[in-house]
Design a protein. Sequence first.
Length: 213
Amino acid sequence: MHTCPLCEAADVAHYHQDARRDYFQCQQCSLIFADPDKRLDPAMEKEVYDQHENNSEDLGYRRFLSRVATPLLDKLPAESLKGLDFGSGPGPTLSVMMSEAGHQVAIYDPYFAPDRSVLAQTYDFITCTEAIEHFYTPYQEWQQLLGMLKPGGWLGIMTKLALDYDAFARWHYKNDPTHVSFFSQATFSYLAERDGLDVEFVGNDVILLRKPQ
């Protein structure tokens, strides 16, 4: 039987099945996750990511990312801060936008910016946009993110949130084979309470979390 890949609870129930794979839900943190036995191997996963054509000059992509950049920048003081874009993808853009706002931003991506030295540093803010749903081991990545965040720092996440069962059953978001971990407001509320974080939900897919001082 599976254990939850986020909170490691053993209380996991079968949630849904489609033509591609099964999905399970943790009864403790509410994370929904795809059958680990149906994951893509790294080469196949990268093939999917290579099809993305995002770049920092794409105004539409910038508008999309502004949904997290704007409310995050509103939380940050005006002076230059040190940030990290975790899961920056093949065309880093949010890091450029935050740099244009006066901050110093490093990037990390296991496929496209794999310099792990940036993971040994600490940051005033961390962004993770359209990446957390790809995490095979979200427990490890979550602990890593919190470990890199300075006290008082902000974590800005963008991911589509799971709603109820009927919405999930017809949800196109789950059909991407690289999407394996599906969060909800309940999941982030659980993590915030467990880890002593302030949490704020912005719109339908942006979550801002603040680490205590």
